[in-house]
Structures are given as structure tokens and as C-alpha cells.
Design a protein around this ligand. Structure first.
Ligand code: ADP
Ligand code: ZN
Length: 731
């Protein structure tokens, strides 16, 4: 055994813990020694904490004083690939290693020994009588298709006491079993027959499978309109990866989507894959973490943090809807799961597939530059064709005050209702009205803690701050001038639009889809299924509907305010509008009926609106790329956002000003610093926020410069600094 990889009992080892320290700690290897990368429990002061053996100890102190590792956990040691990956992500995002380790060990009870426990499944018995509580328990068990729960989890999921479950056990309707913790996942069979692919799809699959067989790193941008069969294609890439005996990871942006996807995986491979997301139970997360590490989970479907699971042999990462902003984590470790997927794959020799109908400019540019391979699926599968897209010029429409559905759009919706088809009215604003104005004094009701206006939510009968989530009851009188009965909503949100639709189309069945209207991902999923089956004439939705759901009866999309996201300080505003509108339009006409998309706009001649309407994507990307190249902004330059925050605005600005003055490390790499300026949202949860933006030439070592720039800072009191490399949102 190589001395570097194994430490004998008593030898000094350096242990990385998740404690906020800036270094590893030395311990003596325990009885029986330990491997490099071993997960261990070590004493720290009076506590026991989890750590990973990171290398030989540093020494330099009295060896007699060194404490011993308490024990080695019964999980696979962290692989070298993972240690290198965590180190590189730490360097890239300027994150301390302990925070990286936390990200990589987000499963509870890792230290628990394997043991037996009681689990609960659906039984064959029929209860003597049904109650609501009993029905809920059985529903949960049915919904999760054969998954077993612990007593606590089952009771929690169903919202009942454990005695309800016990009662059902007595009746045989629920089965209680002894089971070893953390069972391997059922085997996925890549050789079950797949769908017969079109010529286009076959060509793409061949390319991807060839790449996979090399066993080397490579990234492919898989571009194709919604419904062109990207999912079918990348499932065949998964199949080839499994045939090679390697593991695959599919990242999805939205939990609500996973149900449909899991069913497709089951149809293709004969069993369900491992799932990793915030909605999964603790037991399930622990099982995924362990099974991934020992190679007993071939495929994981998950949210962005699944990228930090300890795969034994990761051979493929698919990032579906790669342009989606939810891949960027914006608290804790600021990382882009899409970019880090590429990084991890380059380290472990895996393939990456970035799938999207509307790729990010970053990925488009990487494909143009030849760094990524690009595969295009041009046609929609089957008879479905892309919808016809037309503007509705709002300057020419006769609008009643306080209404947002133009006569032209009204007529189009009416036609669909008559034909028994569905329409979608899209508005990307939750709540009833974005602004509540006092008609007596002009005051707009704002959040007490944030620099944001409160949004009226009639459904909840409250005002809500979309920054901090603070709510308060709708006041009767103006909080500023005290006049009664003068508060009025200004502008539309989804709830107000639904009200207008109900008044305009009294005969129609209307369904609202917005993330805040459903108590759980399960309720949302049920609603989406209902709509897909045709149980609505008009769907009113926020951007939630833009994400890949299948509504076969939908033939009309009306975009209420196509101009809404065109404006804003965000350098990606045009790109986002383009993607969002294309995605929404892609909802129409997926089955055999052709669709139409109507965009209400006051600026039909705006370049972005024109590009959307003409469908000239390459033209749009080229123009956008040229603009960003000229401005030296990403992806043609590098940026970082530094946000300082604190309870008092003065001291926060003082530090910002001092940083701007002492910018030598930045100037050495030809970087510029802008600010300090109040962040676009200048106050959140009572904390004042000040932002500096760093802009550097492409290829400049921006992390190193920023690290040297902030190293001398001593932040006093409650002031915090966060660094966001490649910021996506500018708030
Ligand atoms: P995308 O991921 O590009 O939106 P999907 O892979 O979801 O497209 O395909 C859209 C629909 O067409 C799905 O219902 C899918 O099952 C179906 N489909 C795609 N390709 C085929 C094929 N070759 N044979 C049968 N059905 C297909
Ligand atoms: Zn607030």
C-alpha cells in the first residue's frame, strides 16, 4: 500500500472538517489505521464532529498532545477525484473548504452504522372504515409507488399522528417490515427496447454514444425545440453510460418536473432511479448518498446539489434546460451547477450533455468557439409544428382601464373555447397587483425591511414582500396619510388577470398555475396533470408553465406583457426575455393541432421582440454576442459581484469606499471596479446592501486578484461580505 494513501495507527493525519476554520486539524490515525479520504469522527473541544482525512498531518507541535481520530465511518472514503473537485470549486468560487465539505456531505446520519429498522409499505388488507387521515396515509404510499417509509416520515408526509399508521398496520392495509437501512437501488436495464428514433434523433444518439465510449471528457450542447425529443436522445446516452458500467446524473431545474421524468425513466429502463432534491425524505437522501458512493445507484435524477454526491464512477452528466437560472445557487456557496458539471466531468473523464431549446449565450458561444460539440434536433416529433408567432400591437388596441386582455387576444381565446381547445395566458408576476397605491397621497406601500414594494395577494388576503417573504394584512387606511378607502391596486399580477378572465369568459373553466398557490410539490403536480388531461379552458400561469410541461390540448398562448422583462439593469435581460418567450410559445401545439402564440407589446419593433417573432435565433445570438463582446462582458469578459451588507448603511459604504480606493490587486490584472453603489435591492431583511462590480478581461486570474484584494479586510460587527463569481442575477 502506498504510504500516501494509507496511514498506520498513530500516524498524524490532517482532517478537514465542516467547522468554519481556515485550516485542517491534525489527529492521530485510529486503531487499524485509515485511508486517505476516509470519513471520520474526531474530537473538537468537547464535541465530536465529522471530517475527512485530507492528507498527512502538518505536525509542528507536541505530538503527545495530539488527539486520536475517534472512529472511521462505514462509508466509502472520499475519492481523489472528489477531493480535487471540491478544491477547484473552492478556488473558483472563493469558498472556504469547510463550506465545500458541508455541500458534499448533505445527507443526515452518515455516521450511523448499518442496522435494521422498521419500514412501512402498502399492504393488501382493507380497513374496516376509512377516515380522512387513513385515506391520506394510503394515498401517500400509493403516490410514492412502492417506496418504503419510516413511521415518522410516513406520518409527516400524510400529516397524521403515528397512531393512525399503527391502526392501519393492525388492519393489514399497511405492512410493517424489518429492513436493512439503505438498500441498493433496483437494477436499471439499458437493453430494454427504447422508442424507435427518427433520423435526426438517431444521428444525435450515435454521436453521443461514440463520445461516451471513448471514456474521455467532452461536452455537447444538445439544442432542439421543445418536443423535438431531446429527452429521448439523452436517455439513450444514459443507456450507453450504464452499458459501460458507469453512473449517470440527470440534473433538472424544477422539482415539479421530476415525476413525469421518473415515469419515463421507468418505462425505458424498467425501474426508477435514485432521486435527490429538497423534497426527498431524509432517509431517502441518506440512502442515495451511500448507494451512489458504493456504486449501487446507476442513475441519479436531481437538483443542482446532486452534483456534489460521491459518485463511484460518474460517466455522464445531463443538464436539462441548461439555460435555467435555478442552476445558479445564490446563497451559501455561489456556484453554477452547469459550469461545475463541466468542471467535475473534466476531472473524472465524463461526458456532459447540455440540453435546451434556448441555450444560454455562454453555451452558445462555447459551441461557436469549438469548445463544445453542438447537436441540433430541428423538427418536432410527430405532427407537432412550432406555433405561429404574431405581435399584438397594444398601441392600436382599444383597452378599458384596469384590463389587460386586448380585444384581439380576447377573440382568439374565444375561438379556442368554441373548438374545445386550451389557451394559456402568460404573465410573469405572482399575486394580484405589483403595486398598491394611495390615491389620496400617492404613497406606494413598501416593505418595512426591504427596498421593495409589497405585492397584494388576494388569494392569501395579504400584502407580501417578494424579497423577504414578510406579509401583513391589507390595511383599510393608508399607512402614510391615514385616509380611508383610497388604496388601489396598480398593474396586473396573475390573480388579477384571472379575475379579468373570469369576467370576460364566464362560461370558461379557468385554472391558475403559480408556485405560491400550492402547498406542496405534490398538489402542484396533481394540478398540472389535471390540466394536461384537458380539465381547463384557460390556463393562467407564471414562468412555472414555461418549464417543459406537456399540455397536448393547448393551442394558443397569449403573452400579456412581452415587454415586461426587456427592461432592467441586468445584462441578460434580452437573453432572458428571448428564452422565456420562446419557451412559453413552445407550450402551444405539442400534439397534432398547430398552435399560435400572440405577444402583446408596445414595442413590436424592438430587436428582441422582432427576433422572437421571426424565429431567427442564430441572428439573435449573433447580435447579442456582438453587443457583449463590444462591452467586454460575459462570456467575453469576466465579472464578479461583491456585496457588503450590514444593519447600518454608513459603515457598509465606508468599507466599500476603502475597497474601491485600494484596488491595486485588481489593477494588476487590468480589472476595473465599479461602485460602491447601493445594490439594486438596497435593503433586504433590514440589512443595507452595497455592491461593487469587478470587470476583468477574459482569461484574467480574477479569483486570485479578488482573494488578494479582500484578504486585508477586517469586517467588524455584523458586516458581511459575499463574492459571486460570474453573477447571474444582479441584485
Ligand atoms: P424534448 O425533451 O425535446 O421536449 P421529448 O423527448 O420530451 O422532447 O419528446 C416530446 C414527446 O415526443 C414526448 O412525449 C416523447 O415521448 C415523444 N417522442 C419523442 N421522440 C419520439 C420517438 N422517436 N418515438 C416516439 N415518441 C417520441
Ligand atoms: Zn421585505
Amino acid at each position: 500500500m502506498n504510504a500516501q494513501e494509507y496511514f498506520d495507527q498513530g500516524e498524524l493525519v490532517a482532517v478537514l472538517t465542516a467547522q468554519p476554520l481556515d485550516r485542517t486539524l491534525d489527529y492521530k490515525a485510529p486503531e487499524g489505521g485509515c485511508f486517505l479520504g476516509a470519513f471520520v469522527e474526531v474530537p473538537l473541544g468537547p464535541r465530536k464532529v465529522l471530517g475527512v482525512v485530507w492528507g498527512p498531518g502538518q505536525g509542528g507541535f507536541d505530538l503527545a498532545k495530539a488527539r486520536s481520530v475517534i472512529r472511521v465511518l462505514e462509508v466509502a472514503p472520499m475519492r481523489e477525484e472528489m477531493r480535487v473537485f471540491l478544491g477547484k470549486v473552492a478556488d473558483y468560487t472563493l469558498t472556504p473548504m469547510p463550506a465545500m465539505l458541508r455541500l458534499a456531505t448533505r445527507a443526515p446520519g452518515l455516521g450511523d452504522p448499518p442496522s435494521m429498522r422498521k419500514i412501512y409499505r402498502l399492504g393488501d388488507g382493507v380497513p374496516d372504515r376509512m377516515t380522512d387521515a387513513r385515506t391520506r396515509v394510503l394515498e401517500v404510499l400509493r403516490d410514492f409507488g412502492g417506496l418504503a417509509f419510516t413511521l415518522k416520515e410516513l406520518a409527516e408526509q400524510a400529516g397524521v399522528t403515528s397512531s393512525v399508521v399503527k391502526g392501519l398496520v393492525k388492519q393489514g392495509a399497511v405492512r410493517e417490515e424489518d429492513s436493512p437501512r439503505d438498500l441498493p437501488y433496483p437494477h436499471l436495464d439499458p437493453d430494454l427496447p427504447g422508442k424507435e428514433l427518427t433520423e435526426d434523433q438517431t444521428a444525435a444518439v450515435d454521436r453521443l454514444q461514440q463520445g461516451i465510449r471513448t471514456g474521455d471528457y467532452g461536452t455537447t450542447l444538445l439544442k432542439g425545440v421543445t418536443g423535438s425529443g431531446k429527452t429521448e436522445v439523452y436517455l439513450e446516452a444514459v443507456a450507453e453510460t450504464l452499458r459501460m458500467g458507469r453512473q449517470a446524473l440527470v440534473l433538472l431545474p424544477e422539482i415539479a418536473l421530476t415525476a413525469e421524468f421518473l415515469t419515463r425513466v421507468e418505462a425505458r429502463f424498467g425501474a426508477r432511479p435514485a432521486e435527490w432534491h429538497s423534497g426527498a425524505t431524509m432517509t431517502e437522501r441518506r440512502r442515495v448518498w451511500r448507494m451512489v458512493g458504493q456504486g449501487d445507484a446507476q442513475l441519479v435524477v436531481g437538483a443542482r446539489s446532486a452534483l456534489f454526491l460521491p459518485f463511484r464512477d460518474l460517466g455522464l452528466v445531463v443538464v436539462d434546460e441548461e439555460h435555467d437560472t435555478s442552476y445558479k445557487q445564490e446563497d451559501g456557496v455561489h456556484y453554477s451547477a452547469r459550469d461545475m458539471a463541466v468542471l467535475r466531468s473534466a476531472i473524472c473523464g465524463a461526458r456532459v450533455v447540455l440540453a435546451s431549446a434556448t441555450p444560454s449565450l455562454e453555451s452558445w458561444a462555447n459551441a461557436e468557439a469549438g469548445k463544445y460539440e453542438r447537436l441540433d434536433l430541428t423538427a418536432r416529433f410527430g405532427a407537432a409544428v412550432l406555433p405561429e408567432m404574431k405581435p399584438i400591437d397594444m398601441r392600436a388596441e382599444q383597452m378599458q382601464p384596469g384590463t389587460w386582455i386586448s380585444p384581439s387576444l380576447r377573440q382568439a381565446v374565444r375561438q379556442r373555447i368554441e373548438k374545445g381547445e386550451q389557451s394559456l395566458l402568460f404573465i410573469n408576476r405572482r399575486g394580484y397587483a405589483p403595486v398598491t397605491l394611495c390615491r389620496a397621497c400617492g404613497e406606494q406601500i413598501a416593505c418595512d425591511h426591504c427596498d421593495a414594494r409589497m405585492v397584494e395577494h388576494r388569494f392569501l388576503k395579504r400584502l407580501m414582500c417578494h424579497q423577504c417573504g414578510e406579509t401583513k394584512p391589507m390595511p383599510e387606511t393608508c399607512p402614510s396619510c391615514g385616509v380611508e378607502g383610497k388604496l388601489a391596486p396598480v398593474g396586473p399580477g396573475i390573480e388579477r388577470l384571472a379575475e379579468e378572465a373570469e369576467a370576460t369568459f364566464p362560461e370558461a373553466k379557468i385554472a391558475m398555475l403559480s408556485s405560491d398557490l400550492f402547498g406542496s410539490a405534490r398538489a402542484l403536480k396533481a394540478k398540472i396533470e389535471e390540466i394536461a388531461e384537458g380539465d381547463a379552458d384557460i390556463v393562467i400561469g407564471t414562468q412555472l408553465v414555461a418549464k417543459g410541461h406537456n399540455f397536448p390540448k393547448l393551442t394558443l398562448v397569449g403573452v400579456i406583457d412581452a415587454d415586461l422583462s426587456l427592461h432592467g439593469a441586468d445584462l441578460r435581460a434580452a437573453e432572458r426575455t428571448f428564452q422565456l418567450m420562446r419557451q412559453v410559445a413552445g407550450r402551444a401545439g405539442r400534439a397534432d393541432k398547430p398552435g399560435q402564440a400572440l405577444l402583446q407589446t408596445f414595442q413590436p419593433e424592438h430587436p428582441v421582440i422582432r427576433a422572437i417573432l421571426s424565429g431567427d435565433e442564430e441572428g439573435f445570438w449573433k447580435a447579442e454576442a456582438a453587443g457583449r463582446q463590444a462591452a467586454g462582458v460575459p462570456p467575453y469578459g469576466r465579472m464578479a459581484g461583491i456585496v457588503l451588507s450590514g444593519p447600518e448603511v454608513g459603515p457598509v459604504f465606508d468599507i466599500g469606499n476603502a475597497m474601491a480606493r485600494n484596488d491595486a490587486p485588481l489593477r494588476q490584472i487590468d480589472a476595473q471596479v465599479f461602485g460602491p453603489a447601493p445594490a439594486p435591492i438596497a435593503r433586504i431583511r433590514g440589512r443595507h446592501r452595497v455592491r461593487l462590480l469587478v470587470k476583468a478581461p477574459k482569461g484574467a486570474p480574477i479569483q486570485d486578484a479578488i482573494a488578494r484584494w479582500i484578504a486585508p479586510l477586517r469586517l467588524k460587527g455584523d458586516i458581511r461580505l459575499t463574492v459571486d463569481i460570474d453573477p447571474q442575477s444582479f441584485y
